[in-house]
Ligand binder design. Structure first.
Ligand SMILES: [Zn+2]
Length: 61
């Protein structure tokens, strides 16, 4: 039977959950405009990804 051998203590469960929250959010600097963006994503402020314009962002008037 796929069951845990021992009941996990409340302390251990809480510790694991708190550790998950400890992991820092992965953000990178855009090489084009040096804004903070998520990795493997098109930059929302300049529309560049991998040195090419992927999105054309309309400039505010
Ligand atoms: Zn950018």
């Amino acid at each position: 039977m796929a069951n845990p051998k021992k009941k996990m203590s409340r302390c251990r469960t809480h510790r694991r959950r708190s550790l998950w929250k400890m992991s820092p959010p992965s953000v990178i600097r855009c090489p084009q405009c040096h804004e903070w963006t998520l990795p493997h994503r098109v930059c929302p402020s300049c529309g560049y990804y991998d040195g090419e314009v992927v999105l054309t962002i309309k400039e505010e008037k």
